[in-house]
Each structure stands twice: as structure tokens, then as C-alpha cells.
Design a binder for this molecule. Structure first.
Ligand SMILES: [Mg+2]
Length: 389
């Protein structure tokens, strides 16, 4: 039994998604604002500054747990300092269920999704890290795992940067041992039929480069509409894709459900969805074949386990959004998770100067297309103090 005596949140001017977020500000890819010509060229024209919030929870035995979430607009510390911390301070650290439910209920008038849930997620992750450190056990063990010794990762990159460069990048991932890889669609409805042909050419190029035995998928990052997606899927049926990701904005579940009736290509989404209630809605509407919760958004480990249980019972795969220790521990403890995402630096790209200092000390990298970790206490990493202002 240990009591929470300190909850602090600090802001770091770094993207929780690593180098990808910085690079994607200028790389070609379709986005939800693609229908507006002034925002068509780059995501950086509308995207927020890449920043993160780091939460620390210290218990009266001196154990410190860390959690984190995205914090592009700087609102996480307001939510935690002005409200959530007083629900947590003085409580038993092991009461993860009760604390989650109190935070969720107390934040309902301004919460349920978005920033409030990201703040709850960061606190929940810090609680689990604290519990693991206090017990001297990795979080995956507290969650009941490991159900497997290592997890496949898929390479997530392949922006449409030119035919030969993309083919080379795809072949390099195969040589590095990845059995799956995800590309970004360049165009959406704002770019007409010419854009459709280029979307198809991008997929065809990757399929040609890797051959028939590698899983390929593509992300539309919420940039399409139903009629456009229906036509695109008709064009793409022949490439044996593992999934098409986030064709529509997250609230447009009717379009997701209709698209699934139109195509044999699995449809994925959910990286911008929150809580078991949000995911139950997806599942009940039969809107997706694969859900992609992110524990740093949807409610941390405590809620992520419930989301995964719902999906498992409905015959839906769970493939968490983005890399990180949270998702490695989650996947090690959950038989419904067949793989996780990884953002490799393409051979043609340079690491941005702002990313030279690592965010986490001790974060392992995949090798030969898989990730395995040492059984260190908690999440097994610490946030690098050098990233703070
Ligand atoms: Mg995505």
C-alpha cells in the first residue's frame, strides 16, 4: 500500500511520435484539410507544434512513475494542475480502476474525448509505471503477460516522395526483416481523378517492390469521403492490401460501415477514438475490421485493456497506433494484438536536428521486424531530462 503524494506535469518541446511528426510537416500526404487549397500542400500548414506532456506520480515510499501524452497546444498541464491532480493526490496508487473512473466522471462536462482523456491517459500510464517499479516487475507482467516473447512490428513510412525512392525504401524494409509496411496516400477528393491514379500508382509501386508475400497497407489520415473511398477501393482491390487506414474523420462511422460493405479490403481506424464507449460504438456499427487505439489518448492501460476485450469478443484485431513502451507492454500482455507500428527513418531521410537527443533513455529498437524487451521494472524507460526547456 502506498499513497500518492506528488503529481507533477511538465511540458517538453518534442513530439511523442519522434522524428516522424517533424518530418511529416513537409512530406506529401493527404490530410483532413486537403479539401482546402490553402492547406493542401503540407500538413505543417495547419498542424500544431509537436510537443508532449510528461506526468510524474510519486508515492510516499519514494517510488516515481512516469507517463506521457501528446500536448501540442499546452492544455494537459491545465487539466491536471487545475483539476485531476486533486482527485489523485492522497489516494492509493494501486487503485487504478477507482482513480480512472473518478477522473473520467469528474471531467465529463469538458471531457469524454480529446485533451481530458489524454491527460487521464498520461496519469494512468504513470500509475502503472509506478506500480511496476514498486513491485520490481515489468508492466506487461502486472497486466498478466507475456503471452508471447516478442511482437512483430510493421514499418510505417513510405510517403509518396517519388517512384524510385519509394521502391528503394520498401525493398530496404524487406531486407531489414519487416513483414509488413504502411505507406501514406498522397491525395484525396480535392485532387480529382489525377490524384486517384497517383494514389493507385503509389500502392502498385510498393506492391511491385516487395512482391506478394509482404503485407502492405496505406493510411488516408481522415482525408477522404465515402464516394471517393468507394472508387479508390475498387482501384485497389487487386493489390491484396492488409488494410486501408482512417479513410474518414473519426465521427463519420456511417461511411466506415458502408465502405466495409463495398470492399474486401479491411478497413482500420480508431487512433483518434477514446474510451470503451467510443470503441463500442465503432464495434456495434461494424465500422472497422481493425481498431488502432493509442493508449496515450484512449485512456491508458486501464481503459486500453477493456477496449481490447471488446474487440477480441467481436472478432476485431487490435493493432495499436504508433510505437512506444506503452504499446510494447500492452501487446506483450494481450493475445488480441498481432503487431505494433514502428516509424523507421527511411534511408533517404536525415534525422532532424531537433530529434538528436532521444526522448526516452532505454527505449529499445526493433530488430529483424520484431521487438523484444528486457524484464525491467515498470515501463523500463525514463524520460531524458535533456528534452525539457
Ligand atoms: Mg494512422
Amino acid at each position: 500500500m502506498s499513497t500518492i503524494k506528488r503529481v507533477t506535469v511538465r511540458h517538453a518541446p518534442r513530439s511523442i511520435w519522434g522524428h516522424l511528426a517533424e518530418r511529416e510537416k513537409t512530406l506529401p500526404l493527404v490530410t483532413p484539410l486537403d479539401v482546402y487549397p490553402e492547406y493542401q500542400d503540407t500538413r505543417g500548414s495547419w498542424f500544431w507544434d509537436s510537443r508532449m506532456a510528461v506526468v510524474e506520480i510519486e508515492t510516499d515510499d519514494g517510488v516515481v512513475g512516469q507517463g506521457w501524452c501528446e500536448d501540442g497546444v499546452g492544455a494537459i498541464s491545465l487539466v491536471i494542475d487545475n483539476h485531476l491532480s486533486r482527485l489523485v493526490l492522497g489516494s492509493e496508487a494501486s487503485d487504478v480502476e477507482g482513480l480512472w473512473d473518478r477522473m473520467y466522471r469528474a471531467s465529463l462536462p469538458y471531457g469524454r474525448k480529446g485533451i481530458a482523456l489524454q491527460a487521464i491517459s498520461a496519469i494512468d500510464i504513470a500509475l502503472w509505471d509506478n506500480l511496476g517499479r514498486a513491485a520490481g516487475k515489468p508492466v506487461y507482467e502486472l497486466l498478466g503477460g507475456p503471452v508471447h516473447p516478442s511482437i512483430p512490428v510493421y514499418a510505417s513510412a513510405l510517403h509518396p516522395v517519388g517512384h524510385d525512392k519509394v521502391a528503394q525504401e520498401a525493398r530496404a524494409y524487406v531486407a531489414e526483416g519487416y513483414e509488413g509496411m504502411k505507406m501514406r496516400f498522397p491525395f484525396g477528393p480535392g485532387d480529382g481523378v489525377r490524384g486517384m491514379a497517383e494514389n493507385e500508382a503509389h500502392v502498385a509501386n510498393v506492391r511491385d517492390a516487395v512482391g506478394p508475400d509482404i503485407e502492405i497497407m496505406a493510411d488516408a489520415y481522415m482525408g477522404w469521403n465515402f464516394n471517393y473511398a468507394k472508387k479508390m477501393c475498387n482501384r485497389l482491390e487487386k493489390y491484396n492490401m492488409a488494410w486501408i487506414e482512417e479513410p474518414f474523420v473519426p465521427d463519420d462511422l456511417n461511411s466506415y460501415a458502408k465502405l466495409r460493405q463495398e470492399t474486401s479490403i479491411p478497413i482500420s481506424g480508431g487512433e483518434h477514438e477514446y474510451t470503451k464507449y467510443g470503441f463500442l460504438n465503432i464495434i456495434e456499427k461494424e465500422a472497422m475490421d481493425i481498431i488502432q487505439p493509442d493508449l496515450r489518448r484512449c485512456g491508458g492501460f486501464t481503459e486500453g485493456r477493456k477496449i481490447s476485450a471488446l474487440a477480441q469478443a467481436a472478432g476485431i484485431s487490435v493493432i495499436p497506433h504508433a510505437y512506444g513502451m506503452t504499446h510494447i507492454h500492452f501487446a506483450l500482455a494481450d493475445a488480441a494484438i498481432p503487431m505494433i507500428e514502428y516509424f523507421p527513418l527511411p534511408a533517404w531521410a536525415d534525422l532532424p536536428d531537433s530529434e538528436m537527443e532521444p526522448i526516452f533513455i532505454g527505449e529499445p529498437k526493433p530488430s529483424n521486424g520484431r521487438i523484444a524487451i528486457d524484464p525491467l521494472p515498470g515501463l523500463g524507460v525514463t524520460v531524458n531530462e535533456a528534452i525539457f526547456d
